[in-house]
Write a protein that binds this ligand. Structure first.
Ligand SMILES: CC(C)(COP(=O)(O)OP(=O)(O)OC[C@H]1O[C@@H](n2cnc3c(N)ncnc32)[C@H](O)[C@@H]1OP(=O)(O)O)[C@@H](O)C(=O)NCCC(=O)NCCS
Length: 161
């Protein structure tokens, strides 16, 4: 079944421990775009994740907000099951993450090789020098691009943006 043939009623919400294996699989299948995580690593960071569920509760996509001490929040591990891409699930996940960042009055950063996707959802590109943490070295493929989605009422921390 393809996303064009059926758009499932999708619910986006917090991940549960039983989702960890599905999340690890989704992120692994997006290797090259997302940093791979083991099931144990997902479990250890479960509170960072939200998932998109299909009608049977199956995990169709995931996204995480990493809040490392001293660093601005970073959107990571955005991945949608290949069979369901193009159905608006990635947008729902990213918009939900942006709502969480807005509720915390924090800008939301990300580093991606697919900046066009994030730009469609309100992110703007940043010069790497403006990002308050190192985005990491590219390992082949398209270059990585730093982006931010601004929230209202934020004390800005990045330089030169
Ligand atoms: C990128 C990804 C999350 C998009 O998920 P999706 O559910 O197919 O996206 P959506 O259907 O919600 O698309 C939202 C919008 O972005 C556009 N879009 C989707 N993927 C895109 C891409 N790779 N490049 C540019 N635009 C893209 C869509 O056309 C749509 O535009 P519109 O709403 O203006 O018509 C998905 O393709 C994926 O899992 N890719 C592998 C992992 C990845 O690249 N993650 C991002 C970096 S961590």
């Amino acid at each position: 079944m393809t996303a064009e043939l059926a758009r499932p009623p999708v619910q986006v919400g917090p991940a549960s421990p039983g989702d960890a294996a599905s999340i690890a699989r989704l992120v692994r299948r997006s290797r090259g775009e997302c940093l791979p995580l083991s099931e144990g690593e997902v479990l250890a960071r479960l509170g960072e994740f939200e998932v998109a569920r299909g009608p049977g509760g199956e995990v169709l996509g995931c996204a995480a907000i990493r809040r490392a001490p001293g660093r601005a929040p970073e959107l990571r591990s955005v991945s949608v099951d290949r069979r369901w891409r193009g159905a608006g699930i990635g947008r729902r996940l990213v918009e939900r993450a942006a709502e969480r960042a807005q509720a915390a009055r924090q800008d939301l950063f990300c580093v991606s090789r697919s900046p066009e996707f994030f730009e469609r959802i309100g992110f703007v590109r940043l010069p790497t020098s403006a990002v308050p943490w190192r985005p990491g070295a590219a390992r082949g493929g398209r270059p990585r691009c730093a982006l931010v989605r601004r929230s209202r009422g934020v004390v800005r921390r990045e330089r030169g943006a």
